[in-house]
Design a binder for this molecule. Sequence first.
Ligand SMILES: [Zn+2]
Length: 257
Amino acid sequence: MTYRELLKTVDTEKALSLIGIEFESQGGYAKFACPQPDCESKAAIKEYGDKKNLYYCPKCKSSGHIISLVMRTKGIDWNAANDLLSKAHNNTAKRITEELNINYELFYNDFIKAKGIEEEMCKLLEIGVPKGKTMLAGSVAFAVRDAKGMKVAYYGIKMKDGKPVFHNTFNPEFYLYNFCNIDFSEPVCFTTDIFRCVYNIENGRQCVCNFGLPYLSDAQLNLLHTVDHVIFLVEEPLVKPLAIQMAENKMNYFRFE
Ligand SMILES: [Zn+2]
């Protein structure tokens, strides 16, 4: 994807949340504190249309785009910024209403073993490396079920670089991995790392996962709303944004571990 394409596909508000920038949305623009160190004015970034994801500060005249803003805010290089922004893509896929009619032949291997996950658990949850030429070749594939237990997709993690791979008919925002197996009377752990999720299940804890998104989508918040006690197992940078999301949505008891 070229950077121009990236600018078109990235959801501005999601991207700003992702890098921890507070903003106010106003008529197609998001206003945020100007990134220029000696400027105390507000810059505006366009959320739609031609100049989408380009920003400008009317006071100090500094300008740029969402990628340079991510690089600057996070102190990371171009490639790392692109990777991060790939998590803020618009995904227009709808909720899946029919059971997936693909069944991969899945294999257990040393890569999965090194994650501390046993073969029995892989059989139970339909996890493994698919045989043959599929989009998920070279990945560990996880069968994804909706809240009622219907299989809707496979979600893959590439063994080479840990990047996610899945068909564009699947929108991870609509689901929480393993949610269909939850006993609501017991505490439920939450993690963004699907391997960690399975590892916890294997070790006797209930666990769900949001497929590596750095935030909770509305649908995921709705699912968590039905849980009395949520334990977050997440990395430090996500603690504050998730705590804010949970508090703003008046969630039941939750804590971080
Ligand atoms: Zn400025």
